[in-house]
Design a protein around this ligand. Sequence first.
Ligand SMILES: NC(=O)c1ccc[n+]([C@@H]2O[C@H](COP(=O)([O-])OP(=O)(O)OC[C@H]3O[C@@H](n4cnc5c(N)ncnc54)[C@H](OP(=O)(O)O)[C@@H]3O)[C@@H](O)[C@H]2O)c1
Length: 234
Amino acid sequence: MKVIVTGASKGIGRGIATYLAMDGMTVGLLARSQELLEDLAQGIRDQGGACETAACDLRDLDATTGAIGELADKLEGVDALVNNAGLVIRKNVFDLSPEEWRRMIETNVNGVFYATRAALPHLQRSGGGHIINISSISGKLPLPGGSGYAASKYAVTGFSLSLFQELRDHNITVSTIYPGSVDSESHRHGDQTDTSWKVAPEDVGKVCRDILTAASGTAISELEIRPLRRPPKS
Ligand SMILES: NC(=O)c1ccc[n+]([C@@H]2O[C@H](COP(=O)([O-])OP(=O)(O)OC[C@H]3O[C@@H](n4cnc5c(N)ncnc54)[C@H](OP(=O)(O)O)[C@@H]3O)[C@@H](O)[C@H]2O)c1
């Protein structure tokens, strides 16, 4: 299976791409940082995995269409897209600047739409496939102190659940994942030193694998993954 993962240079995307590649899938790695993507690609190839890279800013429609086309060429087809890239700016409405709001909406909402639009012709050429959208628990529950981020993730949820209905007759399965706390650097806030209680990025990769290998004719349309343990008391 050939899977494009956005936001593969760091955090959850890196974990998803690594897990899927080690599981035998061929992965297309996409993010802005070509250097970090090459570093990951080298690591995957050293362990016997197969991957390709393409860099772009997902806020730019033309650049995104070009990068997904480049990956489709290099991979010789696309079976799945994981819309993982995202930006969290955890500030309340008094502190979040209009520029920060725009940057989050452009990355988390426009970026998901642009990548989806760019991937659809390639999925159709493969006879169908999968789209996995990484929303958040904050895409279904309020996040006081992070209203802009929650707004962007509720948008992902609404888009993704609607897309499931729009694409099911095209043999394309759409799944929405709602992660709780996952151990990535950008989501370390406050003075957290012990992050061992959080979900590991590779564990989100494992649920992506489960979604992508679900029995034919079935769809895992929504999936919530949370840490079992609670944060340590500070
Ligand atoms: N960590 C959590 O606890 C958690 C919980 C729920 C949901 N999520 C969601 O999971 C996803 C990944 O989060 P994370 O914690 O792994 O974040 P992260 O460590 O900051 O990684 C974000 C990834 O997205 C890429 N990216 C950001 N803006 C981009 C842009 N404009 N164009 C292309 N790529 C871009 C980054 O690469 P470059 O900088 O190289 O472009 C990076 O690879 C996000 O959608 C986030 O909202 C995270």
